[in-house]
Write a protein that binds this ligand. Structure first.
Ligand SMILES: [Ca+2]
Ligand SMILES: [Ca+2]
Ligand SMILES: [Ca+2]
Ligand SMILES: [Ca+2]
Length: 481
């Protein structure tokens, strides 16, 4: 059973049906329906879709900001089935002014594509324009100054979308199959290159070692996992968008093969995609969190050559605002669900739903104070007992790293610091067993001006101080694992 990308309001469906049977435009309520009011708050799914589509077009920072300014001014970032005169959708585009059909405009992927392709031209023709002037160039509003006035709000929404898009709870990266995890970077620009630096046990070797020259464009979710069960981790990318395609490129130990479509409708739109072996057959599967108020979780099992049909494995887990992840927390060989609620200290819970092999069981609270606020949580087996543990990085001036280890039924340890200087603001942390001793270690990609990679090896009860394992890997804007 295929899932619909986006729920279109019932009233709109009726109106669209009227269009389909050829009712004259004058009688068509679509595009003539004034909005009784505009929601006060943004729809997080819409902001994430606008972000992903803009990234897929490799827009610069100014054009990206302009899209958020326009979306906030026009609809407060909601996919409105109504508007002034014939205006519709997140950017309030008009079907009778060449923006597309009402159905097209109500697809936020289409609407954003229309916006950004025009904004790219406006920006390129007018290099001195502000973001708000770029927005006005596209929108041709009667109130041209409104876009720049909302820049601060637009930046806040943009930061939220970027953070949500970058959710990466943990997936293995041993692409050579030697038992030591390696590091990957996806450029996610117009080139869409994938580089690998392989672990020697004490450093990452290889600079500019390209393993694939076109995989995972901007706005996609780049991940990794052993999807065909040969002991080497492969790369996986979720296109999201309105295609829901999932591509795989298999590792042969020294390169990734060409991208192959393994699923054509999984984790579309604003869903979060993850990889893990949920049925314990040795092949990593797909997991999608709808990450909306419904909180559904879908699985597509690997057959070794493709992913099977999407099946709902949980009815309510990790709604928007929470940080979902996948890992085997009870050590039975089947990957489980983990979500970090990320509230303030009074509401920073960690919830688990264990895999039975055919579904995820009831949600259980395994920790009640972990990964507060904007910390970056990760999942991995840091003490090497076969059960995945949880780690959180403050990634601020404190640069603290906390861990809580799995007992099989809970995570033990509150405010137990495993390292007190690792991951500063703007850096990206991850986990992996880089020296192959069976315990997951910490890694950080500094990006910024230095592009260094540091590793802190696990002793089983702490992470050693960071040692530089590579001095040029994972540049700004790239996705690193
Ligand atoms: Ca599997
Ligand atoms: Ca399990
Ligand atoms: Ca463990
Ligand atoms: Ca290790």
């Amino acid at each position: 059973m295929r899932r619909k990308l986006l729920a279109i309001p019932l009233a709109l469906c009726t109106a669209l049906a009227a269009v389909a049977v050829g009712v004259p435009a004058q009688a068509d309520p679509i595009g003539t329906l004034a909005c009784p009011s505009i929601p006060a708050n943004h729809d997080p799914a819409i902001t994430l879709i606008v972000y992903r589509v803009a990234r897929a077009h490799n827009v610069n920072d100014k054009v990206l900001l302009s899209a958020f300014e326009a979306g906030w001014v026009e609809s407060h970032m909601n996919n409105l089935p109504c508007g002034d005169k014939s205006s519709l959708g997140v950017f309030q585009q008009r079907w009778d002014y060449g923006w597309g059909t009402p159905e097209q405009i109500m697809d936020p992927v289409y609407a954003t594509t229309q916006y950004v392709t025009r904004a790219i031209v406006c920006d390129s023709n007018n290099p001195g324009f502000t973001a708000g002037q770029v927005a006005q160039c596209v929108q041709r509003s009667g109130f041209p100054d409104r876009y720049d006035q909302v820049a601060a709000k637009a930046r806040t929404l943009l930061a939220e979308a970027a953070r949500t898009h970058a959710i990466a709870g943990g997936s293995p990266t041993d692409v050579t199959g030697d038992g030591r995890d390696d590091v990957l970077t996806f450029t996610q620009n117009g080139l869409a290159d994938v580089y690998v630096a392989t672990s020697t046990g004490s450093a990452f070797a290889g600079t500019s070692a390209k393993w694939n020259d076109f995989f995972s464009i901007g706005g996609e979710t780049a991940s990794s996992g052993d999807v065909n069960g040969d002991g080497r981790d492969d790369i996986v990318t979720f296109a999201h968008s309105n295609t829901g395609d999932v591509y795989v490129a298999l590792s042969n130990g020294s390169a990734f093969g060409g991208g192959q479509k393994w699923h054509d409708w999984f984790a579309p739109g604003a869903e979060i995609g993850a990889v893990g072996d949920v049925d314990g057959d040795g092949r990593d599967d797909l997991v999608a969190f709808t990450h909306n108020p419904a909180g559904d979780v879908y699985v597509a099992l690997s057959t070794g050559t493709s992913f099977g049909p999407g099946q709902k494995w949980h009815e309510f887990f990790s709604p928007f605002g929470e940080y979902p992840a996948v890992g085997d927390v009870d050590g039975d060989g089947k990957a489980d669900l983990i979500t970090f609620t990320q509230g303030p200290a009074s509401a920073a819970d960690v919830i688990v739903a264990r895999s039975t092999g055919t579904a995820f069981g009831a949600a259980q609270k395994w920790h009640d104070l972990f990964a507060v606020g904007s910390e970056l949580p990760r999942v991995g087996d840091v003490n090497g007992d076969g059960k995945d543990d949880i780690v959180t990085f403050t990634c601020d001036a404190n640069a603290d790293v906390y861990a809580a280890v799995s007992t099989g039924t809970s995570f033990a340890g509150t405010t137990v610091k495993w390292n007190d200087f690792f991951c500063l603001t703007g850096e990206f942390p991850y986990l992996g067993d880089f020296d192959g001793d069976g315990r997951d270690d910490i890694v950080v990609f500094t990006k910024g001006a230095t592009n260094d990679v540091y590793v802190g090896l696990s002793t089983g009860t702490a992470f050693a101080g960071g040692a530089k394992w590579h001095d040029f890997f994972g540049l700004n804007g790239e996705a690193t694992l």
